[in-house]
Design a protein around this ligand. Sequence first.
Ligand code: 4NP
Length: 154
Amino acid sequence: MRVLFVCLGNICRSPTAEGVLRHKLREAGLEGCIEVDSAGTGDWHVGKAPDSRTRQAALQRGYDLSALRGRQVEAADFQRFDLILAMDSNNLSNLQRLRPGNAAAELDLLLRRYQLALDEVPDPYYGGEEGFEQVLDLLEQACDALLVELRGRL
Ligand code: 4NP
């Protein structure tokens, strides 16, 4: 199984999702069974580490995102990944537009898939610290539900 998380810049929401899921997979002893990555629909932050506010908030909850680097979604991702999970509906519509006709990957909106309180992970980039905590709260819940699904599919 291969899972790709996608947001706009790949420096706030999707790297957080990647770090949280990697952590949960490690705890569950499933690290070697499932490949996880993240990417952005935009190209402004290619090669950059996650946003410093994202890294700090994540580290306080035990997720070290310092090794991650931004990259942009590419056509090969639609063949390489089984499941591509978007953070918001803009990301999802961009993915649907980019998707090659023969693509194997399933696309979905992460929070809606698991019927959480919100459908979208709000973009924290232009807001205050509480936005980064909300991203973590939502993504921890979503990754718990995703882990249940992934276990069932293994
Ligand atoms: P992300 O947040 O999509 O969660 O990584 C953003 C990061 C950067 C920008 C927008 C959103 N930006 O406009 O540069």
